[in-house]
Design a protein around this ligand. Structure first.
Ligand code: NG1
Ligand code: ZN
Length: 543
């Protein structure tokens, strides 16, 4: 075939580094940026294959390592609906990335195409959309990716440039949608749709008080500035940590992950002294702007965290109220739609109790967006959030059609119906999106007439700890029951259970990270002393 000699020539320039085993994990490939050029080359091959397999539908490729340090980078594929790559293809990615010679890469690629029944020479063209974050290694990785693409002819390729992860997911989803029903498939379309829906929802409630946004010195900074110009005066945004070109600044001492794991203000935000009033809310994005964490300073200047669990609670109860008001039932009857929340085991025990106590169905699934997304699709309105601030809301197609044809019988139900429709446009239904989630939180607070203080009053988090433990081989740790129990190493779970039993309201679990070479220990308990004991005991047992 024509492309084979081109492929051979191009691949020779991107040999796999020796002694590295690549693995397509929960967020794609992720490691030091300098190790990734050969992986990028392979991802081009995989993206071509995936698009051909799906009849030429557009596939996304995002180059980012999210909240990880600046020297890291990563790459993941996005399926035509804007969701994560079909999990059954993860092993194909891993297979290609670990080929040790050009010959084996080509043979593996052709075998894979054969096995997947993809005709490489057939005319279905591949369509690929890609973007990267602000990482210094990103440019070179894009070159390696493009070298992989260059072996093929007749590809439809869109390079979006430097953008957030959610922008890439949105554009892929909109590109593949029928008749523009997911919005215009462009970066402008993304901002327009979101800002338009926000203004509709805020109505005459604005302008809202200034919101301080820690951009983690990443791609969220230019995104917040662009969003600001679309929002006009409805929501004044003040960016902090927006130095995208200062070496070493990305995710350093700032960002959503820093705030969530340290449970403290980024020093830069503290020094700026802007959060001096109890109703001054602030938020932090992560390095690719798909996570968001809110916080403020409460009584006595105490740091108060409003994490993904608090966002899920705020949003789910608001949606439940709107569904009730919309009276979507027969002849103006009440709610017929189920609003459910999906969490992982990292959700604070208090949040689960709070939701269940208010009649909200809660599902617990293993870590990883694909699990959360999938479970959320089972509800009419599925709210999913990881405690770390990654999440979104999914409206089922049947619920959206119900809304579209609904004939409200009162002004109240008409308003609620319009608001639900606007929310379905405000929310990025492809993936967790810090910007869209931020606007969502602002809408709910504005409608409730709440500051951060009233939002925070929903429940009190149980003291909790998240600890990274380095172990010789994290793959020895295997879990069950949505990662809440270990099945291997043999006998360890029984010992952990005993430790947990000794601590009042104790809960703890251990799982191998899907993105870093470590095992994570989570613990919570009634008191800080209790949780410290539990976290230390369990960490020691795992080592
Ligand atoms: P791992 O490294 O598998 O724990 C982390 C986060 C996930 C998810 C992924 C993807 C925690 C405890 N884990 O996964 O929730 O966001 O990264 O980025 O926050
Ligand atoms: Zn991220």
């Amino acid at each position: 075939a024509v492309f084979l000699s081109a492929l051979q020539k191009a691949a020779d320039a991107y040999p796999k580094p020796q002694g590295v085993k690549f693995s397509y994990g929960t967020a794609g490939f992720r490691t030091l940026g300098e190790r990734l050029p050969s992986v990028m080359f392979c991802c081009a091959l995989l993206a071509v294959l995936r698009s051909k397999k799906l009849g030429g539908a557009a596939i996304g490729v995002m180059i980012t390592a999210s909240h990880n340090p600046e020297q890291d980078n990563g790459v993941k594929l996005v399926d035509p609906s804007g969701e994560m790559l079909d999990p059954t293809w993860e092993s194909h990615a891993t297979l290609l990335a670990n080929c040790t010679s050009t010959e084996s890469l080509i043979t593996t690629f052709i075998d894979l195409a054969h096995h997947l029944r993809v005709e490489l020479d057939a005319c279905a063209p591949s369509s690929i959309i890609y973007a990267r974050d602000t990482r210094p290694s990103g440019k070179k990785l894009v070159e390696a990716f493009e070298a992989g693409l260059s072996a093929f002819q007749g590809l439809k390729v869109v390079d979006l440039g430097v953008h957030t992860t959610p922008v890439l997911h949105y554009v892929v989803r909109a590109t593949n949608a029928r008749d523009g029903e997911q919005g215009k498939p462009t970066v402008e379309g993304y901002y327009e749709r979101m800002a338009g829906a926000f203004k509709t929802l805020i109505g005459n409630r604005g302008p809202l008080p200034t919101l301080y946004v820690d951009c983690a010195n990443g791609v969220g900074a230019p995104a917040i500035s662009t969003l600001s110009s679309y929002l006009g005066t409805s929501l004044p945004l003040q960016a902090m940590n927006d130095s995208t070109t200062t070496p070493g600044a990305l995710n350093s001492q700032c960002g959503a992950d820093y705030v969530k794991t340290r449970q403290a203000l980024p020093p830069s935000v503290e020094d700026a002294g802007l959060l001096d009033k109890p109703d001054t809310r602030s938020c932090s994005l992560d390095g690719d702007a798909d996570r968001i964490i809110y916080y403020y300073l409460g009584e006595g200047g105490k740091f108060r965290l409003l994490d993904g669990d608090k966002i899920a609670g705020l949003v789910a109860l608001f949606l439940m109220d709107l569904v009730k008001k919309a009276k979507l039932g027969q002849e103006g009857g009440e709610d017929t739609a189920e609003v459910g929340v999906v969490q992982t085991a990292y959700a604070n025990g208090s949040s689960t109790k709070y939701l269940k106590g208010r009649g909200v169905p809660v599902t617990c699934v293993p870590t990883g967006v694909k699990h959360l997304h999938h479970a959320a699709q089972k509800y009419d309105i599925g709210v999913y959030f990881e405690a770390n601030g990654h999440g979104t809301v999914l409206f089922s197609p049947s619920f959206l059609s119900t809304l579209a044809v609904h004939e409200p019988t009162s002004p109240d139900s008409s308003t609620a119906t319009k608001q639900l429709l606007a929310l379905s446009q405000l929310i990025n239904q492809a993936v967790g999106d810090a910007l869209s989630d931020m606007l969502l939180v602002e809408v709910v607070l504005a409608h409730r007439g709440w500051t951060a203080v009233e939002w925070d009053a929903a429940y009190e988090d149980l003291p909790n700890r998240l600890v990274k433990v380095e172990v010789a081989d994290r793959f020895l740790f295997e879990t069950t029951d949505a990662e809440r129990k270990l099945t291997s190493p043999a006998g360890l779970q029984a010992v952990l259970d005993e430790a947990v039993g000794k601590v009042e309201m104790g809960r703890s679990f251990v799982r191998p990270s899907g993105t870093e070479d470590c095992v994570r220990v989570y613990a919570e308990a009634k008191t800080t002393a209790g949780v410290d004991t539990l976290a230390t005991t369990v960490s020691d047992l795992v080592k």
